[in-house]
Structures are given as C-alpha cells and as structure tokens.
Design a protein around this ligand. Sequence first.
Ligand code: FAD
Length: 361
Amino acid sequence: MTDFIIIGAGQAGLSMAYQLTKLKKDFLILDANSETGAPWLKRWDSLKLFTPTEFNHLPGMDFPTKKGYYPDKYEVAAYLKSYVTKFKIPITFNQKIKGLKKEDDHFVLKSESETFKAKNVVVATGPFHKPFTPPFHSKISKDIIQIHSEHYKNPDQLQKGDTLVVGAGDSGVQILNEISNTDRNVYFSGDTNITSIPQEILGKTIWWWFKKIGFLSVSKFSYIGKKLSKGGQPVIGTDVKSLLKKDNVICVGRTLDANETELYFEEGHYQNIKNIVWATGFKPNFEWIEGVTLNDYKYPKNYRGVSAVEGLYFLGLPWLFTRGSATLGGVKKDAKFLSDYIEKSKEEPAYSNMVLKKQFA
Ligand SMILES: Cc1cc2nc3c(=O)[nH]c(=O)nc-3n(C[C@H](O)[C@H](O)[C@H](O)COP(=O)(O)OP(=O)(O)OC[C@H]3O[C@@H](n4cnc5c(N)ncnc54)[C@H](O)[C@@H]3O)c2cc1C
C-alpha cells in the first residue's frame, strides 16, 4: 500500500509531489489524462497566461521564460513536463478515479480498471470539473453550432455567420476578442459593466501591484478576503470597453431562453445566429468522494486543504486560502502548508485539533 496518492498531475498535484519528495514519502500520482499538461493543451490555441513569468514558478524550479513575458499554453505544458522529469515524479496516466472512500485506516480509490490503496490521499483535481451551460441550450436548433469554452480551440470550428459568445469572464472576453477579429458579427451576452484591468500599470505588471498591496496574501478567512472571494473577478489584460465598442460587436445582455433558431436576450431576440460559444463556467464535482461534507458551493469543507477525514487533503481549489491558491505561482504556499501540517500533526495532536476546528468555524 502506498503512503500517499495524489489525484491529479496538474500544477497543484506536482507541487504536492515536490513537497512529499522532500519529506521522503512514498507516493504516486494518478491522473485521468494521458500526459502532463493536458488541461492546458486542451484549452484554446491562442491562450496566453494572464500571469507573467515571475508569477508562474512552481516550488524548486523557476518558469524558464524571461521576466515580464506572458507564456502561451504550450510553454506551460512544456514547463510542467520538464518539472516532472527534473523531480522524477511518478505518475500513472489514464486512471480517472471514480470512487474514493476510507475503509478502516486506509483509502480505497477506484478507477474503471483498477483499485488503488493508500494511507493518505491528496485530491488535486483542479478548479474546473463539469462545464456548465444553461439548461435551455437543449432547445436550440441542431443547425446552430454550440461549443463550451472548454472545447473551443479557434474560429475555424465555427460555421460562417453571426456568432454569440455568452459569458463575461476572462475566457468569454478573450474568445469574443478573437472571434471579433474574423469577418462576422459577434453578439456578446453578459454584463457590460465588467471591471477590466490592464496587464501593466506605470511599467509594472498588475501582478506586481497585487503583490505590493498585499492582495495576493489576503486570506479568505479575513474580512476583506470574505468580500473578495465572493465577488466577481475583474478581467485582466483585455480592453473590454474598446472591445464592446467595435462595429461588429453587439451587446445583448443576459441570454434568457431559446426556441430552435430564436434566441431571447435581455435586450431583444435574434434568429440569425449560427454559432454559440458558451463561456459560462464550470461546476465542481466532488460527489465521488465518500465522507466529505460539501459547502453551499459544492466544494469540500476544509481548512487550508485539511479535511475532517483524517489523511484526506485538498489542493488547488479556488480561494483554498488566497486568490493565488488556484494559480501557478500561488499553489506552492498551500502545498507547503499541507506538508508542514502532515509532519506537525503527527507529533502534536493539539495542533491537528486546532486546524480541524477551524474548518467548521
Ligand atoms: C482559460 C484559463 C486560463 C488560465 N490562466 C491562468 C494564468 O494565466 N495564470 C495562472 O496562474 N493560472 C491560470 N489559470 C488557472 C489555473 O492555473 C489553471 O486552471 C490550472 O490548470 C489549475 O491547475 P490544477 O493543478 O489545480 O488543475 P488542473 O490543471 O485542472 O489539473 C487537474 C488534473 O487532475 C486530473 N483529474 C481530474 N479529475 C480526476 C479524477 N477524478 N481522477 C484522476 N485525475 C483527475 C486531470 O486530468 C488534470 O490533469 C487559468 C485557467 C483557465 C481555465
């Protein structure tokens, strides 16, 4: 039986692997995909990080590009692959874990083809699980191409004609921007009052400013952190105001309903739309884990990744502790906290009890 199994070989799983290697623990990573970096490679072709090089370092190995540069998705995947090679991280691919439960003093993990056992488990399955599209999408005519942002690669996937992009987050506005540069009208559905922040202010990256004012270290348990973690995130790097003023971009407010080729919006209804890109986000999925309590947003209750089930940990969740928890450069602090907890809680039950109490406070 393995001492630790980490589920997920993304940046969170790899950062935890680094810490467990330092602790000289016996561990293995299981991942549903067939290669390191797969979640990045599956994202759209023109994707560039909104965080510059110096904010993308995993523990023990810096991102190799120069300071101030915004890497593309291929460079991120290549970095993660070289990280695995450098630290000789053991990963078994093509193992999607569909059931996890504790039996006596160990965990049993089941994929379609195999059963694994471990004394401890770190769930690092990422912040994005089930793509969400409003239920009325099933009423839309088959003649209209519908793609969730998870599967959007580039405008070549679209048929000729007007296109609707739904969603006002980073993904929505970046995809809207790309499609608006093709020869077509693009309908934008979502909040037009989105706050957008430029990538650089006064010669410094926005992340430099975030760090300077302490925004990256505000914990979700603080007064400000509670407000920030529940509010919407500003869009970084896309000049949304100019984008929405383009001649071929038509703002229609929220999408309300659909009937075959007719789409209903807060501001009118249209019949000429040929493609829809749903940049409408994701819902978490932790239902395959027995014994954890989920919060109102369907994320497992925890304190900085420590769950109420002894030996079961979480990493890489949005706002696990700070805004940076689900970013390349931010996850290492949470991985270090967990590794310190793993070591200290063995020696000091009082410390362990104190952490456990916090998750229900
Ligand atoms: C469009 C987009 C742009 C982003 N840009 C940036 C950026 O510029 N800078 C930044 O720092 N962050 C960015 N992020 C946020 C974040 O860094 C990424 O989402 C990152 O991929 C999260 O890493 P992770 O390791 O937590 O999860 P993932 O990269 O999603 O990895 C999770 C792994 O777990 C595996 N897995 C999932 N479920 C199971 C299961 N049941 N069994 C086995 N394996 C499983 C998956 O196969 C996957 O390999 C961006 C996110 C998105 C969506």
